[in-house]
Structures are given as C-alpha cells and as structure tokens.
Design a binder for this molecule. Sequence first.
Ligand code: KQY
Length: 369
Amino acid sequence: MKVINSTPRADGFYMPAEFSPHYGCIMIFPERSDSWQYGGYAARKAFVRVAEAIAKSEKLTVCASSKQYENARRMLPEHIRVVEMSSNDSWARDYAPTFVTNGKGSGAEIRGVNWGFNAWGGLVDGLYFPWDSDDKMARKLCDLYEKDMYDHSDFILEGGSIHVDGEGTCITTEACLLSPGRNPSLTKEEIEENLREYLGVEKIIWLKNGIYGDETNEHVDNICAFVKPSEVVLAWTDDQSDPQYALSQSCFEILSQSTDAKGRPFKIHKLHCPKPVTVTPEECEGLDTMDFNPTRTPGERLAASYVNFYIANKAVVMPFFGDPADEPARRLLGELFPEREIIAVPARDILIGGGNIHCITQQIPIFEE
Ligand code: KQY
C-alpha cells in the first residue's frame, strides 16, 4: 500500500454514491461490554443478520478481534470473509477508509482516504478512550485490500458524518462538523475545502442538526440520505411536542431552498421516525461502566431513525424497532428502491450501542481486480 501525497480531487478521484453498483462492504464484529449489553451476545446476533442480508448481493469482510475471531467465524456463513483485526469498537462507517474512485464500472481504480478519528470528539466530548486501534483501521484495511491511500489523518472526520450523491454534492451537519471536538482550529470554509479536496465534491449542503440526542454530535447518516441524485429521504415527525420536530423542519427548509451541485432542486421524501425509543433498566444493567460511570441510564432516549439503512447491490437493509412506523418505512423504501429487496433487521440491540445499520457498514466501490 502506497501513501499518496496529493488529494483525490487533484487526481480525478471522488467518493461514489451508496446507491451506485459496488464491490462490497466491511463490518466489524461487536464486543465491548460498555457499548453492547450483556457482553455483546445480542448485538453479535443482530450484526450477523445484517451481514447475511448484505452478503446476499456483494462481498463482505468482517473484522474481528483475536478474542472474537472464533465466534465470528462460527456465526457467519462461509462466503463471508472473516479477518482478525483489532479495534476499539465496531463502527466501520466511521473509521474504515472512505473509498474514492476515478471512474465507473470495472475499469476503475479505487483508493482509500484515511481521516483522523477521535471517537466522536476526543477529549472534548468523545465517547470512549482510547480510540487508537479504531484510528489505525483505515490504514490496515487499505493494506488488506491492496489499495493506495490518501493520508488525511490530521483532519477529524467520520464516514457517518457525510453523504454524497456521486455527482458533486455532499450533505453534512453543522452540529457535527463544526463541533469543538473535531477540527476547532478550522473555519467552516476551511472544512468545506477539505471535503471538496478529499471527497471530490463541488457543493456542500449544511443541515443544522441531525437526530435529537444522537451522541455522534448528530451525524447526517441518521437524518438524511440520498436515494438517487437530487432525491433524499429525511427523518420526520409530525409530533410538534417532540424535540425532533424542529430539527427535521429545519432540515426540510434548508433542503427545499437548496439545489445540488448540478443545480437541481431536491425531492424530499419524509421517512417518519418510530416513537421515541428509550433504554430499559434491564438493558442498562447489562452494560458495563466506563470510567466508573454508566454508559446509559434507564429512560434515556436513543437516536432511532429508519434513515440509517444500508444500500446493498440488490437489497436495502433497514432497521426495524417493533414500532407501528416500521411497516410504512418499509413500504416507502420499497417504493424508492423498486429493484432491491427490502430486508428489515431487528435493530434495537444495535441502537443500544449508539448507532444503526449504516453506522456499522462501510461500502467499497467497484474496482479492477
Ligand atoms: O456512527 C455512530 N452512530 C457511532 C456511535 C458510537 C457510539 C459509541 N457508543
């Protein structure tokens, strides 16, 4: 693996959209007992269901620690590759490389971008310490896939904080990218310049917020996602007494008044959230403490949203929560992705860890093998 001393944009590389055909996906097997209740048993089962759904239509590699390697190999079907790799937790979207490509289809070359990772805010408001093993994963995965790498590790960014349309547009949130634990010495304009250079985009759409209570400082991948160029789904509620109401309204206004990099207005599909999902005392009991503090408290609201889906080549893998909004969400995604099977996976055990299906998957574009 070679470290390239330029930027993707300068070399004609860009991050493709998640809905475009791709080679495969990376996940990380869950284990840490202050993230995943009862030692991660239920989370591992949920991850396996996500993995099986994704691997129906693309190649999947699951990274597992030396302690979990044997479990992972036994629980996952044999067509899923399992490799031993150390990490601090299981958020592939956020610290596996962001892959960029210089073309479409089988003639394309892909390269990885290694952003800096500091557990969603470092010593300011990060979610755990240390994060050094997570931070090394992009480099290790570029090596594993034999892909050259742009090293941009002096810029803090998680993959879940950006969405692109592959045609020059990036959507992100101010709450996250301008948070004091990320890149406090950079202005908004300088942050935009970094996104343009390393994602190969022309235009950044800044939403103000994401999902209420999202501990990542409100990653975009929980509130808004592209379903095709100039078409997005937006997490929504009509309940004016819900603090999410104002956040979703503000996103709607910004998106309605924006155009994408090609000058097209956005078509916005409202994807209604489930009723607030809160942590039970029993779930809290099953979580180990961190620095002598509980990681969750009974009644705490989790950042549940159906927008946190993964677009596989022939399927959309979506979370479901046992809520009346599950079925309407499944129907809407079915209408938006008529050529893909909609696979709904029970996601509460992933949500307790602080994220959902998009957060635990990182996509790899098509390349010349
Ligand atoms: O991308 C994410 N949603 C990750 C959240 C990490 C939470 C750590 N408990």
